[in-house]
Every structure is written in C-alpha cells, then in structure tokens.
Design a protein around this ligand. Structure first.
Ligand code: 5HY
Length: 244
C-alpha cells in the first residue's frame, strides 16, 4: 500500500523527520510518500497559522490523491484541515492528533498531552472535545518549546518536555503521555524509557491506524459530514481550489 504523509507547515527538515518516523513504523508492504505545501507558515502555532496552512495542505493532498494513494496522514498535531481533507479526498484521511488520542485510550485510562507552546493548548482541547475523548485526557500541557526549536537535537527543549512529563505523572496521575507535536516524533522511545510509561507519537500512531483502515477496506463515509463538496466557482486567488 502507498500512504501519503503531508506536513502542513513549510519546513523541509521537519517533513524529512516526519517521513523518517513514518517509515520506521510502516510495514514491509507500505510505501510512505511525504509532502509539504509550496506556500504557508514555517510552523503552525495556534489558530492563525493553522488558517493559512490549510490551503497549501489541501493542494498537496489533492495532488497525491490524484496520483493514487491508499491513505493520507495529516502530520500536524492540531489535525490541520482534517474535515476539509476528508470531504475532498478519495482515500481515507487520519490526523496524527486524533490517532495518538485513540492509541492512548487503548493503553491507559487517563493520559496527558505535552505540546509545544501554550498557544496550542486550546486548539488541542477543542479537538479532544470534538472527538469525544476529552474525558480520557487529564490535561493538555505545554513544554514552552517553539515547534522549530525541536529541529535540532536541542537538549534544553528535550529537558523541558521531559520535565513536563514528570509533572503530568505526579500532578495529573497520567498513565500515558501523548506528544503534542509532529516534531517530537523522534523522542517517544527515549522518553518512554526515561519515565516508565507509554509515550505516544502521533505520526507512528497514524501510520499504524491507516494500515489497519486500508487492510479492512474502510474509506471515508460520504453520507454526511464529509460528503463531497458541491461544485461552485471560487473567485480570486482561490479559483484553483474549486471542486469539480
Ligand atoms: C505540529 N505545529 O505538529 C504542530 C504542533 C503545535 O507546525 N506541527 C506544527 O505546536 O501545534
């Protein structure tokens, strides 16, 4: 099978790290095709960045969809543009945030999320509510680390994330940790070993879930929320985004 992993921000080093993490978990018969938008924010931190990441992400996703892939993974922890992507893509679409949350519920009765900046906390809390999983999440925490600070092996950034995990265990009684940024994909194993609990990276979780969806022959239902968008003109610079 062929899975498309799209990093919705425009930082190539992060796209490469995400692709590496996806390929590390992918089964032998799974090819990972990675992409990123040609335009948009270099990182997504909060609602405003997210708004300007969605068009470019959708363009990359529709291009991959037209080339024929078995599934799409949106590799931004906010699940940027997930609903729009499911509406327009032929192949099923999974966001790494939703994937990580579901995996955490299978190994822990309560989990905490450790993300980058405080700006990202409420968008993640909103997603947990939308997915019906807020009751399983003890708390969404921020390590105070900008997304792009994770791009080089930054001891200070890793230390902040580790300290926040320690607080989540002590204060939230977290039984598992979800890493709240695609840029943390390479840290899950060492943090799990350091703290002695499951630490879940959304990229790996999404690849595992997508392989199962494809094997089960499941695709997005087009009967309701994610039905194909109606054909209509789009004026101005978005004219190429119109469906049909
Ligand atoms: C991510 N931002 O996974 C999110 C994490 C965040 O550019 N990739 C980004 O801080 O919201």
């Amino acid at each position: 099978m062929r899975l498309h992993v799209v990093n919705p921000n425009t930082t190539r080093a992060m796209t490469d790290k995400i692709a590496l993490a996806a390929r590390a978990i992918a089964g032998t018969g799974t090819e990972i095709v990675a992409s990123q938008p040609e335009f948009g924010p270099v990182s997504i931190e909060g609602y405003y960045d997210e708004a300007f990441a969605v068009p470019g992400m959708l363009m990359a996703l529709r291009e991959a969809d037209s080339q024929g892939v078995d599934g799409h993974i949106i590799a931004c922890f906010d699940d940027t543009g997930l609903d729009a992507a499911r509406s327009v893509a032929r192949a099923p679409v999974i966001g790494i945030g939703e994937a990580a949350f579901h995996m955490a519920t299978l190994v822990a009765s309560r989990f905490s999320v450790v993300t980058t900046l405080a700006l990202s906390i409420v968008p993640i809390e909103h997603n947990l509510m939308r997915y019906g999983l807020a009751s399983r999440c003890a708390r969404v925490r921020a390590a105070g680390v900008p997304v792009l600070a994770l791009e080089q092996r930054n001891a200070e950034a890793c230390g902040r994330i580790s300290d926040e995990i320690r607080r989540a265990i002590a204060e939230d009684q977290a039984e598992a940790i979800v890493l709240g940024c695609a840029g943390m994909a390479d840290l899950a194993g060492e943090l799990s070993a350091e703290h002695g609990l499951p630490v879940i990276d959304g990229v790996a979780a999404a690849v595992g879930l997508m392989e199962s969806l494809v094997r089960l022959g499941l695709r997005t239902s087009k009967l309701g929320a994610w039905r194909t968008p109606p054909v209509k003109p789009y004026a101005g610079i978005f004219s190429d985004f119109a469906v049909g």
